[in-house]
Ligand binder design. Structure first.
Ligand SMILES: *Cc1c(COP(=O)(O)O)cnc(C)c1O
Length: 420
C-alpha cells in the first residue's frame, strides 16, 4: 500500500514526523476497541492532505463570499448529494467541524436561550451535547434527562412520562454508550404527544443506519446529526440532515455565519470520498460484520461470567459492568491497555463509583472490523480480555498477551509507516 508520502515532513519537522510514525505503530500494534474510533481509508486521508486545505469557501455551494470556489463548490455538492442518497433525506449540511458543532447548530437554529431540551443522561449513555452541565447545551438551555432502567434499556413509557412533565421544545435521542437499537418511531410518537421537535443524533450508529443494519431516524426525526469519523469511517467531522426546507435554511445559517467561518473544504471533499465508499456494495458487509463481531465479543464475555449491560448488543458495542467486582472500570481500562487492548472506562446503570473511576468499560468492534477481523479473531480477543480481567493485577500476563496480540494485529495491517 503506498499513498501520500511523509518525505517532506521528515525534513521539515523531524519531531512531528517521529510522532506520526509512533502513532502509526501504536495504531498498528494495539487493538483499537474504543467504540467511537475507526480507521479511515488511504483515499480519505489523501483528500484530507490535499490542496483543498488552502481554500476559503465561506457560504454554500454556488453561493460563496470568495472567488475561486468552482472546484470547492463541486466537492461540497458531491458530499451533500451522496449524504442525501445514503440516508434518504432531502437536505444535508456537511460543514460542521465536529459532531458537537453540528449539535450546537441544531440548538442554535431551533431554540432560544433558556428553552427546554430533554436528552439522555450522560451517565446513562448520552452525550455531553445532549444537555450535560459542563457543555454549552446544559449552560445555554434548560436541560432535563431520561435514562435507562436497571436492565440497561430505555423504557419508552418512562420517557413519555418525563416528556409530559418537562414539556421540552426538543427531545434528543441517540447515545454514545447504548448497546440496544433506538426506536426512533417510538420517540416520534412521544415527541408528537408533547408537541416537541425530535432531534436524532446518530453519531455512533450512522454506519449501521447507512447499511440498513439499524432502524433509520428518517422519516421520524425532524433533524438528524452525525459524526463522520465513527462507524461512518470517514474524516473527523460532523453533518446535519433533514427533510424540511425551512429547518434546512435555519441550520445552514446557524452553521455559517452563526457558529463557524470558512468550512474545511479538504474535509468536506474527504467526506464525499468516504460517502462513495459507503455507497459501494461492500459497505453492507462491513456493517453486518461490525454487528456480528460485537455479538461474539458479548457472548464470550458473558460465557466467561462477565455482566454485559442489557445482556447483549444490537449494535457495534458492548458495555461491560464490574458493579459486582472488586475492581473498577478504570482498573480494567489500565490493565487492558497494558495488554495492548485500547478501550475506555464507562459508567453503567446503577453506578456506584465516581465518573473518573466508573464500574464499566465500553468495547467496540468498528475499528478492528475495518482491519478485516472477523468472528474468529473476536473470539480470541474476547477471551484475552477475560484472561486479563480474571487476573487483573498480573502484569506479567498483561505483557505476554500484549506480545501475542501484536502478532495477531500485524496480520491485519491497514497503514504502512512512512507511506501515509
Ligand atoms: C461522538 C459524539 C458526538 C460528538 O462528536 P465530536 O466530533 O467528538 O464533537 C455527538 N453525539 C454523540 C452521540 C456522540 O457519540
Amino acid at each position: 500500500m503506498s499513498f501520500i508520502s511523509n518525505a517532506n515532513l521528515e525534513t521539515a519537522d523531524k519531531e512531528i514526523f517521529d510522532l506520526v510514525e509512533q502513532e502509526c505503530e501504536r495504531q498498528t500494534d494495539h487493538l483499537e476497541m474504543i467504540a467511537s474510533e475507526n480507521f479511515t481509508s488511504p483515499a480519505v486521508m489523501e483528500t484530507m492532505g490535499s490542496v483543498f486545505t488552502n481554500k476559503y469557501a465561506e457560504g454554500y455551494p454556488y453561493k460563496r463570499y470568495y472567488g475561486g470556489c468552482e472546484f470547492a463548490d463541486k466537492a461540497e455538492q458531491l458530499a451533500i448529494d451522496r449524504a442525501c442518497e445514503i440516508f434518504g433525506c432531502n437536505y444535508a449540511n456537511v460543514q460542521p467541524h465536529s459532531g458537537s458543532q453540528a449539535n450546537g447548530a441544531v440548538y442554535a437554529a431551533l431554540l432560544k436561550a433558556g428553552d427546554k431540551i430533554l436528552g439522555m443522561d450522560l451517565s446513562h449513555g448520552g452525550h455531553l451535547t445532549h444537555g450535560s452541565k459542563p457543555s454549552f447545551s446544559g449552560k445555554n438551555y434548560s436541560a432535563f434527562y431520561y435514562g435507562v432502567e436497571l436492565d440497561g434499556r430505555i423504557n419508552y413509557d418512562r420517557v413519555l412520562d418525563i416528556a409530559k412533565i418537562v414539556q421540552p421544545k426538543i427531545i434528543v435521542c441517540g447515545a454514545s454508550a447504548y448497546a440496544r437499537e433506538i426506536d426512533f418511531k417510538r420517540f416520534r410518537e412521544i415527541a408528537d404527544e408533547v408537541g416537541a421537535i425530535l432531534f436524532a443524533d446518530i453519531a455512533h450508529i450512522a454506519g449501521l443506519v447507512a447499511a440498513g443494519e439499524h432502524m433509520s431516524p428518517f422519516p421520524y426525526a425532524d433533524v438528524v446529526t452525525t459524526t463522520t469519523h465513527k462507524t461512518l469511517r470517514g474524516p473527523r467531522g460532523g453533518m446535519i440532515m433533514c427533510n424540511d426546507e425551512d429547518i434546512a435554511k435555519k441550520i445552514n445559517s446557524a452553521i455559517f455565519p452563526g457558529l463557524q467561518g470558512g468550512p474545511l473544504v479538504h474535509v468536506m471533499a474527504a467526506k464525499a470520498v468516504a460517502f462513495k465508499e459507503i455507497l459501494a456494495p461492500e459497505w453492507k458487509a462491513y456493517a453486518k460484520q461490525v454487528k456480528a463481531n460485537a455479538a461474539v465479543l458479548g457472548k464470550v464475555l458473558m460465557d466467561r461470567g462477565y455482566d454485559i449491560v442489557s445482556n447483549g448488543t444490537d449494535n457495534h458495542l458492548v458495555l461491560v459492568s464490574f458493579l459486582n467486582k472488586d475492581f473498577s472500570g478504570k482498573d480494567a481500562d489500565a490493565a487492558l491497555g497494558n495488554a495492548g487492548i485500547t478501550v475506555n472506562k464507562n459508567t453503567v446503570p446503577g453506578e456506584t463509583r465516581s465518573p473518573f473511576v466508573t464500574s464499566g468499560i465500553r468495547v467496540g468492534s468498528p475499528a478492528l472490523t475495518a482491519r478485516g477481523m472477523k468472528e474468529a479473531e473476536f473470539e480470541v480477543i474476547g477471551n484475552k480480555i477475560c484472561d486479563v480481567l480474571d487476573d487483573i493485577n498480573n502484569t506479567d500476563l498483561q505483557a505476554n498477551i500484549k506480545e501475542e496480540l501484536k502478532q495477531l494485529a500485524r496480520n491485519f495491517v491497514i497503514y504502512n509507516k512512512s507511506t501515509y
